[in-house]
Design a protein around this ligand. Structure first.
Ligand code: NAD
Ligand code: DAU
Length: 344
């Protein structure tokens, strides 16, 4: 089996590649994996270091929006799993251009290349954010797509292009829509690694707005097992939600991170809210559960392990923080209009 993993040097894609090549998915031990990744600020070859010398692994640096490159790379693969994306909501508010290029045009070019190359199955890693925000209850896969941020609008566009390639061209495309992931190797701009690394350095953490926004948390290993299950047992043209079932307000998440880190609420700085900040995400995972899916990682244990991972792997995240100047927000800026923390 030849598998093309796009965005395989990022947080979730690299976990999938390490799992696949590490033998975590029975029956796929002999798979040969090509990682195609542009190595943006979020892509890091260190994420693939544990499998760099694996004989089944080939790395290609390149852009999923580069049709000429795709015509060379995609043929010969049985499966494409597309993790490649601009993934951070705050960056999409500051500048949405790359989000449209990669998440929309890149997805379309990859679909087209897969169609032309006769790829057997294409899995699109989408997100629960395409549904928008839900005050109560949970979305099933038939809920309308009502994205609110430039990031989620671009992901929704890519998601719908997958539907179109399945319906119009008969390409076997399967879409997953997962909730918020946490785990090792997550770039320290997302809330969990940002807060954890700030606390390691004794710096305050910037909590947006009133902190009552709710996210549904899932360990990255459970997400990747869901993607693999959809690849193995899903049906062509279908969409599958993947949720963790652990819903927390940001206040509750912050409380847990402070507690694990041995810090108090004096380390929290209230900052202006993210514009268009979705109040709550919650997916109904019944459809993928009917394929046999069950999250395995206990949230409390998983979160404590992840905090320990960031303590033990400072050589991994310190260069990223220096490069992006990811920071906590000075108290002097409280009450200022929202700006992307990276640019403060
Ligand atoms: P990430 O930002 O850590 O990694 C993205 C990877 O894609 C990087 O390696 C980057 O270099 C690569 N990339 C970006 N543009 C590219 C391009 N044009 N061509 C080739 N490679 C490119 O993101 P992540 O958190 O690992 O998310 C992976 C996927 O999962 C994304 O599609 C995201 O929308 C989706 N997702 C993420 C979460 C989450 O909580 N992080 C939840 C649900 C879905
Ligand atoms: O739901 C899936 C999505 O989860 C993925 O599709 C995205 O790629 C991923 O980035 C994530 O999006 P969120 O916007 O939910 O994640 P983020 O870590 O940016 O923020 C989580 C919550 O924490 C959100 O309500 C905003 C809040 N937050 C975030 C940051 C970075 C803060 O309060 N302070 C912060 O500094």
């Amino acid at each position: 089996m030849r598998v093309l993993v796009t965005g395989g040097a990022g947080f979730i894609g690299s976990h999938y590649v390490r799992s696949l090549l590490g033998g975590a998915y029975p029956g796929w031990e002999g798979a040969r994996v090509t990682v195609l990744d542009k190595l943006t600020y979020a892509g890091n070859l260190a994420n693939l270091a544990p499998v760099a010398d694996h004989r089944g692994h080939t790395f290609v640096r390149g852009d999923i929006a580069d049709a000429r490159l795709l015509a060379e790379v995609v043929p010969g693969h049985d499966v494409v799993v597309n993790f490649a994306a601009e993934s951070h909501v705050d960056r999409s508010i500051a500048d949405a251009g790359d989000f449209v290029t990669t998440n929309v045009l890149g997805t379309q070019r990859l679909l087209q290349a897969a169609l032309e190359a006769g790829v057997r199955t294409f899995v699109q890693v989408s997100t629960d954010e395409v549904y928008g925000s839900i005050a109560e209850g949970s979305w099933d896969e038939d809920a309308p797509l009502l994205p609110n941020s430039p990031y989620s609008a671009a992901k929704a566009s890519g998601d719908l292009l997958c539907r179109a390639y399945a319906r119009t061209h008969g390409l076997d495309v399967r879409v997953t829509r997962c909730s918020n992931n946490y785990g090792p190797y997550q770039y320290p701009e997302k809330v969990v690694p940002l807060f954890v690394t700030n606390l390691i350095d004794g710096r305050p953490v910037p909590l947006y707005g009133d902190g009552r926004n709710v996210r549904e948390w899932l360990h990255v290993d459970d997400h990747c097992r869901g993607v693999q299950l959809v690849l193995e047992k899903g049906s062509p043209g279908e969409v599958y939600n993947i949720g963790g079932g652990v819903e927390l307000t940001n206040l509750e998440l912050t409380e847990r991170l402070l507690s694990i880190s041995g810090a108090g609420w004096d380390m929290v700085v209230r900052v202006p809210d993210r514009p268009g900040h979705d109040l709550r995400y919650s997916v109904d995972s019944g459809k993928i559960r009917s394929l046999g899916y069950e999250p395995r990682v206990d949230f409390g244990e998983g979160l404590a392990e992840v905090v320990q991972w960031y303590r033990d792997h400072q050589e991994w995240w310190r260069p990223a923080r220096r490069a992006a100047s990811v920071s906590s927000v000075p108290e002097s800026e409280q009450g200022e209009p929202w700006t992307h923390p990276t640019f403060r």
